[in-house]
Design a protein around this ligand. Structure first.
Ligand code: NDP
Length: 457
């Protein structure tokens, strides 16, 4: 390692950076990781994990309500929001400790502070200049809000996870993963939620039936989803906040949350100065090996703004470590990455939407919409939707989508079949597990007529 302090210097101790650093250290590399905030990153500290704990927390409302149909009488119940948030914080602290220990046990040197790249093999952190054979940028992303008047009066998902009390009313702006998930959490927690979206439907990019079905189910639960609304300005009022829409309407509320996307954390790191190319949104351009325009510098995860999901960042990070330190070159495959939206009810999705598939080749669409067995007795008016998109010529299942209880758990299994390129006939050879909701995925015999006809045109 002549002339270098470290074989790998990682900037950012989130999911991607930690995975790459530990894997590299396991292969004998001398590794340092710099973190300016807290080790563990967005997913563990400000994203997936705390969000999912809150989803679990508020979901008890459903269970309590549904129990009545099964003969239960449950006394007065209420949610102590502050207690839930405190419990969530304790778990996040525990996980933070585990991440620190995992890095230490792997022999990775943890450096507190913001690192700046000063040369192709040089990083400055505080007063120290460190020479590294390879540099890995895994600096993640942060919430982005439009520059409208009064935007400073709004919160993002960062603050939403730490609210100590719940407002009576809340407006959430945006229709993506984060907006939809938080609308579900706060609505189930008893808040009157209005979700303002500028498009016609939530969850752009997802299958059209998912978007429509989830809109219906969220609306039934009381979330007021208002399409085609653009906020022009936000004003603090004596009672709360006043939103002025571009159409001239005034909406009064007690709290405003913006979930209008995230931007890569790449500013102020000296990247352009050393020759790392960034795109217009500040994302780091990388090739299939996660290599930037400077050969010794690599980047993974949200700072590259490709598929911004934790397991993708982890896989990218491990691919870099395998390639550099284990003579095992791995290119990350971004096709058929499954994802979930932890809405109420949740969404699971893998592969192509009907719209995307139809743009490529004629497809058959299989769809089942049904009332889950649990709700025959609970009386809950909620329907599950399952859908398969199949290439007509080859029979390959191109996409599997679901809205309903346990959709993320179910679709994770289906992702194996879609990734493996199985045909519908192979899929159908699997025997159903009865009685489950998931069995519908191997029991859908006939394509739904209208979609099949549309694809054939
Ligand atoms: P998304 O990119 O998913 O959605 C952004 C939303 O904000 C869209 O509905 C978009 O509308 C809207 N929007 C953007 N700009 C404006 C604007 N100026 N005014 C009004 N609306 C606007 O971002 P999120 O913040 O929800 O999530 C960020 C990323 O985090 C996602 O890409 C996802 O990868 C990841 N994530 C994943 C989760 C999971 O896997 N469960 C959970 C949470 C986050 P339009 O549709 O019209 O463009």
């Amino acid at each position: 390692m002549t002339g270098f302090d470290f074989d790998l210097f990682t900037i950012g101790a989130g999911s991607g950076g930690v995975a790459a650093s530990r894997r590299a250290a396991a292969y004998g590399a001398k590794v340092a990781i710099a973190e300016g905030r807290r080790v563990a990153g967005t997913c563990v500290l400000r994203g997936c994990v705390p969000k999912k704990l809150l989803v679990y927390g508020v979901h008890f409302a459903d269970e309590i309500e549904d129990a009545a149909g099964y003969g239960w009488t449950i006394g007065p119940s209420s949610l102590d929001w502050a207690k839930l948030v405190a419990a969530k914080d304790r778990e996040i602290d525990r996980l933070h400790g585990i991440y620190v220990k995992m890095l230490q046990d792997s022999g990775v040197t943890i450096l507190d502070g913001w690192a700046q790249i000063v040369g192709p093999n040089e990083v400055r952190i505080g007063e120290r200049t460190i020479r590294a054979r390879h540099i890995l940028i895994a600096s993640g992303g942060r919430p982005e809000k439009p520059a409208i008047r009064g935007i400073e009066n709004t919160i993002s998902s960062d603050e939403a996870l730490d609210l100590k009390t719940l407002p009576r009313r809340m407006v959430i702006v945006g229709g993506g993963y984060i907006a939809v998930e938080f609308a579900g959490i706060f609505n189930a927690g008893g808040v009157e939620v209005t979700e303002l979206i500028r498009a016609d439907r939530i969850l752009r990019g997802f299958d059209g039936d998912i978007r429509s079905h989830l809109t219906t189910e969220m609306s039934k639960r009381g979330v007021a989803i208002r399409a085609g609304v653009q906020v022009a300005a936000i004003e603090k009022s004596a009672a709360g906040y006043r939103l002025a829409t571009e159409a001239g309407e005034i909406i009064e509320t007690d709290l405003v949350m913006y979930a209008t996307g995230r931007v890569p954390n790449t500013a102020g790191m000296g990247l352009e100065r050393v020759g790392v190319t960034l795109n217009k949104r500040g994302a780091i351009a990388v090739d299939e090996w996660q290599q930037t325009t400077v050969p010794s510098i690599f980047a993974v995860g949200d700072c590259t703004d490709r598929v911004n999901l934790t397991p993708v960042a982890i896989a990218e990070g491990r691919a870099v470590a395998e390639t550099l330190f284990n003579h095992n070159p791995i290119r990350m495959d971004h096709h058929n990455v499954p994802s979930a939206v932890f809405s109420q009810p949740p969404v699971g999705s893998v592969g192509l939407s009907e719209e995307a598939a139809n743009a490529i080749a004629p497809c058959d669409v299989y769809r089942a919409v049904f009332r889950p067995m649990k709700h025959t007795l609970s009386g809950r008016d909620e329907k599950t939707m399952m859908k398969l998109v199949v290439d007509r010529a080859s029979g390959t299942v191109l996409g599997a989508h679901m809205v309903g209880t346990d959709a993320p758990e179910i679709v994770q299994g289906l992702a194996i079949g879609v990734k493996a390129g199985l045909t519908k006939a192979q899929w159908d050879r699997a025997v159903a597990i009865h009685p489950t909701a998931a069995e519908e995925f191997v029991l859908m015999r006939e394509p739904v007529k209208q979609s099949a006809a549309k694809a054939a045109e």
